[in-house]
Design a protein around this ligand. Structure first.
Ligand SMILES: *Cc1c(COP(=O)(O)O)cnc(C)c1O
Length: 369
């Protein structure tokens, strides 16, 4: 890190806390294999640092990523467990995927045939997973297609179908629909198992693994739970540790008299004389503009400092009257132990996933020592 000035805002990632949360997830899943999900820069935490740390944990079979760019970064970081590209692949990416033996899924015969041709050209067999659409509607073969597709897949001699995956659409809100997805997944896995050796069978993300037993699965794909958020109520929620702090610095402290309006659109006017702090963070860093006028606060010197007026691109204005002795350079916590990401998401009318993955690229990621 070679900043000319101290960073105005940054993310501090606790990779040990992520590893702890992975162990909690693994225990909840009954010791199943794990595909920790590190897509979107490990939910904003910093892809390389998180994956390198989790690579040392037991039971990690793959790292779930969104695209080949993230797969390359894992490879360049020397991470041993292979990346697994969760979504559909583009034709132009597949040669590279085959060359490096990255994990991926197919949802159609056309994709499988393309992988088979590429594997033939490279002179080896390529292992992939079949995606099954048990009710998410995003990717995968429909269960009723399998009867027709299986014989055709068996003709693709340069492929090895080593896994089957599906994804829940409503594991956090609709147990009956989720149970139906589990049943369909079981049926598909049993049918596929007659023809292929399915080493990996995976269905549950965080909500699924916390809320359901999935007998036919032997791997889970924990995402948000690794980053300290329980997406469904669970006694295990209390065991999860906070993994990320979003911090900024006070750039300026001013004493304003009553009757001064603050920020764009003049949505706030000081009712009384107010000590106002301007922080070096804004919506360009991923602290949503929607937090304006929603009762949001930040924490300075352990005190709640309400956000005043609209969040601007690079700066945020707070009432720091309660933070006795506040001065320029003080740290302000915007996400962390004193300000759970769930709270920030609620203010913003969003979800924790959105807040984490929206953290801006200009925030340096610093690993907590
Ligand atoms: C993102 C994703 C996950 C992780 O989801 P969480 O809810 O964050 O645990 C798992 N599986 C797939 C296919 C995903 O796209």
């Amino acid at each position: 890190m070679n900043h000319e000035s101290p960073p105005r805002a940054w993310v501090e990632t606790d990779v040990e806390a992520v590893a702890h949360n992975l162990r909690v997830a693994r225990r909840l899943a009954g010791g199943a294999l794990q595909m920790p999900i590190v897509k979107a820069n490990a939910y904003g935490h910093g892809l390389e640092a998180v994956a390198r740390r989790l690579d040392a944990e037991e039971g990690v079979a793959f790292f779930g990523v969104a695209n080949v760019g993230e797969a390359r970064r894992l490879m360049q970081a020397g991470v041993e467990a292979p990346p697994f590209i969760l979504g559909p692949t583009f034709a132009a990416e597949r040669e590279e995927i085959v060359r490096h033996n990255w994990g991926c899924v197919v949802s159609s015969l056309a994709e499988a045939e393309h992988f088979d041709r590429l594997a033939a050209l490279s002179g080896r067999r390529f292992a992939l997973h079949l995606a099954l659409d048990t009710g998410m509607g995003r990717e995968g073969f429909l269960p009723e297609q399998l009867g027709c597709v299986i014989p055709q897949l068996k003709q693709l001699h340069h492929l090895r179908i080593e896994g089957a995956m599906s994804h829940f659409s409503s594991a956090d809100e609709d147990p009956a629909y989720t149970a139906e997805q589990i049943r369909l997944f079981g049926d598909c896995v049993r049918e596929l198992g007659l023809h292929f050796e399915l080493t990996y069978r995976h269905l549950g993300a965080s909500a699924g693994l916390m809320g359901f037993r999935i007998p036919e699965a032997n791997m889970t794909r924990p995402g948000i739970i690794l980053y300290g958020v329980a997406p469904v109520p669970s006694p295990a929620a209390a065991e999860l540790r906070t993994t990320l702090r979003l911090l900024s610095r006070v750039a300026l402290v001013r004493d304003l008299p009553a009757g001064r309006s603050i920020s764009y659109g003049r949505t706030y006017t000081t009712p009384v004389p107010t000590r106002v702090a301007t922080l070096g963070i804004g919506y360009a860093d991923g602290w949503p503009r929607h937090l304006s006028g929603r009762g949001a606060y930040v924490s300075i010197r352990g005190q709640r400092c309400p956000v005043l007026g609209r969040v601007t691109m690079d700066l945020l204005i707070v009432d720091a009257t309660a933070a006795t002795g506040v001065c320029e350079g003080d740290e302000a916590e915007l996400i962390g132990p004193e300000l759970p990401v769930q709270q920030v998401a609620e203010w913003a009318g969003g979800i924790p996933w959105e807040i984490f993955t929206g953290l801006g690229v200009r925030l340096p990621r610093i690993i907590k020592p």
